[in-house]
Design a protein around this ligand. Sequence first.
Ligand SMILES: C[S@@+](CC[C@H](N)C(=O)[O-])C[C@H]1O[C@@H](n2cnc3c(N)ncnc32)[C@H](O)[C@@H]1O
Length: 318
Amino acid sequence: MLQLKARKLLRVLHRRKSDHVNHKDVVHLPKVNSKHPKSAMLAQTLRKRDDKAFVFATRVKDAQKSMLAVETLAAIYNLACECGGPIIEIGAYIGGATLALLEATRKRRNIVVSVEFGVANDRPEISTKDSVADLQRNVESWGLADERHVVLPGWTLEAWLAGNILLELAGNRADLFVVDSDGFVERDFIYFHPLLNDGAILVFDDYWQPKAGGKSERIAPFVDDMLSRGVVSEIALLPWGTWFGQLIRRPRSEEIEPYRRKWRQEGWPWLDFLDQQRKAQHLPRAKELKARLLPFQFTDHKSNIEKGPEAYKGIRAI
Ligand SMILES: C[S@@+](CC[C@H](N)C(=O)[O-])C[C@H]1O[C@@H](n2cnc3c(N)ncnc32)[C@H](O)[C@@H]1O
């Protein structure tokens, strides 16, 4: 509890000075929770820079395939190595973490489901014209394409996508949940925890990343709330602000309700991620259906059809 209070204070201090201070001056990462059973493995990951996890993570970084830190990719790799069941990844971009997950589970052949909305990005060091296409291209060219891996090209709560995740899990629950999306970890955790096994490992990027467009201001308070309630435990906070933890118990409905209330009051805040055109299409439809808080389908079939078969690659016919 004391630790949480100290962290909150640091966040406030940091916010006050955020124009002047590099966040690394405020919080020195990595931080590993030495009391957690997985801490020894993670501490070892950080120390041993010549083992296969670090070597592979370095290859991914050198090839400019990931926005995550090399330490974080190596930790994801090692956690995936220990992971018995399926893995769900939300926000794969062009596949940095995906490559680590697939390489680490190459022998055990865990089911890996990667959800990616599909974006273009002209940031020179990691640009893409179509993240879904590049994600699939990268998985193939790294020799990791496999029927146990599926790319679902859509947005977290699209109805068909939620259905397809269930289909891929085929009655199993995931043991590793990696979220690096639009900053609404609370949405993804609250909606997806029923698909996670007890003790599932959680990886939430941007817990602490002042440069991530305000994502941390949403993610950290939610994670801290779940920590203080004992819903999750903390394993580590790694560069560049990626939080690693574990599901201890399911949140009770009275713990979820304040979030639902907040979403309602704030008008589905995660819809900010969507462009105006999509918003214009969906909100009237949601009102019509009187189902404001239910996930609903908004797949833009027209643009998918224009894209041709590429848009559907990765969705297997049933
Ligand atoms: C920071 S990038 C992910 C980086 C990646 N994990 C890596 O290793 O480099 C975030 C990605 O999440 C996707 N995204 C954001 N919100 C999403 C959502 N709600 N559902 C699916 N994808 C989402 C974006 O399209 C973007 O490609």
